[in-house]
Every structure is written in structure tokens, then in C-alpha cells.
Design a protein around this ligand. Structure first.
Ligand code: HMG
Ligand code: MG
Length: 308
């Protein structure tokens, strides 16, 4: 029987950022805002809103300032009832976030310099030099930091990455005092046995209450990997409504695990998540229509068919 499962979990909805960043056709700021409002209405309390990155690197995020200005007009922002972390790759992105009144930023690096070189034009080492400066400024301005570690299990350019590399990057990130560390299976290669053995190492250096799993579902293993993570007591999961997503600098990477898939799993285990599935499906249907895509999620496809 399954043991040690958390009673309650936190979902970090990354649809507006990870879900959309790979979309070639520009989605208008108003559509993005409507999508975010629908996600809020579904009960999600942490929604990664956007990223302050180079518009040349990620053209879809070129309206991030306008979008965040609009998010600031929502009740959820004004009442601080929803967290809206934003991804920041460098000091320029941080300064934008600071000026806008962003309360939480996500910093990101990886276990592989081949990947970071393509993703942010810096080695892992250089990325930490940048992030140390940002973390210091964030602390001075009471901005919370979330940390992402990409290529935790495998890298599109380097193949399988060892658990020791992940532990090493976690220890480096810990010095920046993030409130959470999100472990990224960027290209969806991880398997349950690998997640099990890596988490055993990870949990020796960071408390399980601060570990998040960020699983892409490229090979259909994300739900199985979530189950293994739950058995390790991990209670924070990043996911994307409708299962959209992918990083343009990780060849072959496809969508994040669909938030709906996770909810189906959590419900089956009696784990509390606070999300209204029907309203979430409305948000996903809205954005899937806007990007003119069918969901890769088997659960959501079946659910939508059963609703007709
Ligand atoms: P670079 O070319 O070395 O940067 O890129 P630069 O400092 O030389 O600047 C080049 C141009 O970009 C300049 O514009 C800058 O002003 C501009 P120009 O003067 O030539 O017109 N620029 C910016 N504009 C707006 N905001 C900024 C910014 N910075 C520079 N912050 C850089 C380096 C980091 C900027 C670039 O490579 C970049 O933006 N990369 C981001 C890539 C990205 O967003 N990837 C996806 C997110 S990570 C991910 O998906 C993984 C994750 O989901 C976890 C997982 O799944 O593993 C988190
Ligand atoms: Mg991702």
C-alpha cells in the first residue's frame, strides 16, 4: 500500500509562463489575462504569471510588463490572495520585476552548462554569479525567491545527469535562501526508479517541505513520477493547465504534466488540493482554443469527451 502520502498539496500553476513560452503565434495580453483570471477562479493560489526575459529569446513573453500591470488590477493581487511569481534570468529582468512591484521571482539554473549556455547564454557557474547579485537585491527589497533546477535527471545535450550534480546545485541554491527549490525534469526523461533514488539523495540536503517537482510529461511518466514523489512526502507540484508547455532551448521537450492529470491522481488518493476541476477545465479549454491545440493530457481528453 502507498505510504507517507501528504494530506494536502500545493500546486504551482505554470501554464501562463511555461505553458505559453513555446507558442510561436503571439497570444494577446488580454487573452493571457483572461486565462489567468480563469485559473484564479478555479482556486489555484500560486500562478507563475510570466517571465522578464529577452524578447528575442522568448518572443511570446514580450508583453510581460503590460501583462503584469494588468494582473496588478485584479482583486487577487490587491488582496495578496494569490501568488504570482515571475521568472527572472538576469539583473535587467530583476530590475523590471522590482519596478513593477513583483513580490516573488523565480531564479533558474541547471545541472548542465551545455543547457544553460543555450538557455541563458551562460555557464552554470556564471548563472550563479548573476543569481547571487539578484538574490542580494531581492532580499534587500523583501522579494521572495523560488529556485528552479533544470536538467535534474537528464539533459538534451549531455544525456543522463547524476544525482550528485543535482545535490551540488541544490547546495549552491540554498546559499541564496530560496523559499522553495523546484526540481525540473526539463525534457521528461525521468523514470520512477530514478526519481526514487534521486529524491533519497536530495532529501538528505533539503527538507521535503521545501522541495517542488516540475515534471514535463514528454514520455508519459510524469504521473508515475509524481506518485513516487508523493511517497517521499513531497507536497509541491508544478503543472500546466491543459498540459501545454516546453522550453524552446531544450530540444524535444514537450508539455508540463497537466494540472488536470495531477488533480485526478490527488483525488484518487484523497489528497486535498483546493482546485475546482470543472473551472480549471474551462481555463484550459479557453487557452487551448487560443493556441489552437488539442490537449496532450489523456485524462483531460477523456473528460472533455464525457462532457459533450
Ligand atoms: P544575451 O543575449 O546574452 O543577453 O541573453 P544580453 O545581456 O547580451 O542582451 C541581449 C539583448 O536582450 C539586449 O537587447 C538586452 O537589452 C535584451 P538589444 O539591446 O540587443 O536590443 N535583454 C533583455 N530584455 C528584456 N528583459 C531581460 C533582458 N535581458 C537582456 N531580462 C538572456 C541572455 C538571459 C537575456 C537570454 O538568454 C534570455 O532571456 N533567456 C531566457 C530563456 C528562457 O526564458 N527560457 C525558458 C525559461 S527556463 C525553463 O523553461 C525551464 C523551467 O521551466 C524548468 C524546467 O522545465 O526545467 C524553469
Ligand atoms: Mg519547465
Amino acid at each position: 500500500m502507498l505510504k507517507n502520502l501528504p494530506k494536502k498539496i500545493k500546486i504551482v500553476e505554470v501554464g501562463p509562463r511555461d505553458g505559453l513560452q513555446n507558442e510561436k503565434e503571439f497570444i494577446s495580453t488580454d487573452v493571457k489575462l483572461n486565462y489567468i483570471q480563469k485559473l484564479i477562479d478555479s482556486g489555484l493560489e500560486t500562478i507563475e504569471a510570466t517571465s522578464f526575459v529577452s524578447p528575442r529569446a522568448i518572443p511570446q513573453m514580450k508583453d510581460s510588463v503590460d501583462l503584469f500591470e494588468k494582473i496588478k488590477t485584479t482583486d487577487s493581487f490587491k488582496k495578496s490572495s494569490v501568488h504570482f511569481p515571475c521568472l527572472v534570468p538576469n539583473m535587467k529582468g530583476f530590475e523590471t520585476a522590482l519596478k513593477l512591484g513583483v513580490k516573488e521571482i523565480s531564479l533558474f539554473s541547471a545541472t548542465s552548462s551545455e543547457f544553460t549556455q543555450k538557455n541563458i547564454n551562460a555557464t552554470v557557474e556564471e548563472s550563479f554569479v548573476r543569481m547571487e547579485e539578484i538574490a542580494k537585491a531581492a532580499k534587500e527589497n523583501s522579494i521572495r525567491i523560488r529556485a528552479y533546477i533544470s536538467t535534474a535527471f537528464g539533459c538534451p545535450y549531455n544525456g543522463e545527469m547524476p544525482a550528485s550534480a543535482l545535490v551540488d546545485i541544490i547546495e549552491r541554491f540554498e546559499k541564496l535562501e530560496p523559499y522553495e527549490i523546484s526540481i525540473g525534469d526539463t525534457i521528461g526523461v525521468a523514470t520512477p526508479a530514478q526519481v526514487d533514488s534521486y529524491l533519497k539523495e536530495v532529501l538528505k540536503v533539503v527538507d521535503k517541505s521545501r522541495v517542488a517537482m516540475h515534471l514535463h510529461d514528454t514520455r508519459g511518466m510524469a504521473v508515475a513520477n509524481t506518485l513516487v514523489s508523493l511517497e517521499h512526502g513531497i507536497s509541491i507540484y508544478d503543472s500546466s493547465s491543459g498540459g501545454l508547455g516546453g522550453c524552446p532551448y531544450a530540444k524535444g521537450a514537450t508539455g508540463n504534466v497537466a494540472t488536470e492529470d495531477l488533480i485526478y491522481l490527488f483525488d484518487s488518493l484523497g489528497i486535498e488540493h483546493g482546485v475546482d476541476l470543472e473551472k480549471l477545465v474551462d481555463a484550459s479549454s479557453y487557452i487551448l482554443e487560443a493556441v489552437k491545440k488539442k490537449t496532450p493530457s489523456k485524462f483531460l481528453s477523456a473528460y472533455l469527451k464525457s462532457r459533450k
